[in-house]
Write a protein that binds this ligand. Structure first.
Ligand SMILES: [Zn+2]
Length: 345
């Protein structure tokens, strides 16, 4: 069993040190990869730039022209929270191309699974606009590539970032080949991801949202994965599982209202990796999204990576919070009874 990791120093060029989504985040992970010795145990992948055709499989020409022009003329803020600097366009194109490389490695059997440590993040970028720190929808580009270029016909995306992956949902909302499942805090940025957003047209039933009240921790997330996410994957039977791996549901996160620990993320990754082993030869690719406390981010991302590598992550020194968690039973019952994916049960 081989695990591939994709890293690149050029992702660090996209930076505003005063912003929560800054290069220091990835530097913290890369440092932890070196310190832990995990980097030398993994297969190293290098990203290539996504081609215009690969980007156009997800985004409009107008969106791509806008951010390319913006990023090559000095950058600035595209909206109140999404910035670009000189080099951001190149970093974003490399991040989405990096996800393609990771997907290709796994689908072609060069590695069993992979973790793409990329930025800028992608899951809020819609076909037509950048938002929420995201420029290009990296995981969307990777999923489309798997379908259009690698011959797959069923892909699943699980997004456990604390924010709803509205961009990814938009891209695949009417697509019958991609299941998109998201756990996220609600009501919260970006405001989408309601229970009744279940896909449309040929994609009806292929969008599954689990909006969660604040304060959910390891216990609640494991319950959601046990009762909803993993059964949904078993119903979908994907040929490849992609994960929008955001770590801003960690208890230390400065913007996320959840209390998950690094061990909790390891458990979630374990459940997803097991589902991938049962359903699709273990083909699972994690793609970094958010996570804004440097220690919480690095500890959680490394714990997930260790699970992919078949190791048992050690208890991290940040520990876990044992406060009582909200009761999710009614919500989860509602989803099981009402969501079209579970309708034939
Ligand atoms: Zn997030």
């Amino acid at each position: 069993m081989t695990t591939a990791i994709l890293t690149d120093q050029r992702f660090l060029v996209h930076d505003d040190p005063s912003h929560v989504e800054r290069a220091e985040r990835l530097r913290a992970i890369y440092h932890a990869l070196d310190e832990s010795g995990l980097r030398s145990q993994a297969l190293a992948l290098e990203p290539r730039a996504a081609t215009p055709a690969e980007l156009l499989a997800v985004h409009t020409q107008q969106h791509l022209d806008t951010i390319q022009r913006f990023g090559t003329h000095g950058g600035g803020y595209l909206d109140t929270d999404t910035y670009m600097v000189d080099g951001s366009w190149e970093a974003a194109v490399l991040a989405s191309g990096g996800v393609i490389q990771a997907v290709e490695a796994v689908v072609q059997g060069i590695s069993t699974n992979a973790f793409a440590f990329v930025r800028p993040p992608g899951h809020h970028a819609t076909p037509t606009r950048a938002m929420g720190f995201c420029l290009i929808n990296n995981i969307g580009v990777g999923a489309r590539y798997a379908l259009q270029q690698l011959g797959l016909s069923r892909v699943a995306i699980v997004d456990y970032d604390v924010h709803h992956g509205n961009g990814t949902q938009d891209i695949f909302y009417e697509d019958p080949q991609v299941l998109f499942c998201s756990t996220h805090a609600a009501p919260y940025y970006p405001g989408t991801g309601r229970l009744d957003e279940v896909g449309q047209g040929a994609g009806l039933g292929a969008t599954l949202n689990v909006p969660l009240t604040f304060g959910v921790g390891d216990k609640g997330y494991v319950q959601v994965f046990n009762e909803i996410i993993i059964p949904a994957l078993h119903r979908w039977k994907p040929e490849l599982l992609l994960v929008s791996a955001g770590y801003d549901a960690h208890w230390s996160d400065p913007i996320g209202p959840m209390v998950v620990s690094a061990q909790g993320f390891a458990q979630m990754t374990h459940m997803l990796a097991n589902a991938a082993a049962e359903l699709c030869n273990g083909r699972i690719v994690l793609v970094l999204e958010g996570g804004y406390n440097l220690n919480g981010l690095a500890a959680s991302a490394l714990a997930s990576l260790q699970v992919l590598m078949g190791q048992n992550p050690k208890a991290d020194d940040m520990g876990r919070i044992n406060a009582p968690e909200p009761d999710l039973a009614a919500l989860l019952n509602h989803i099981r009874q009402r969501h079209p994916l579970f309708a034939t049960e």
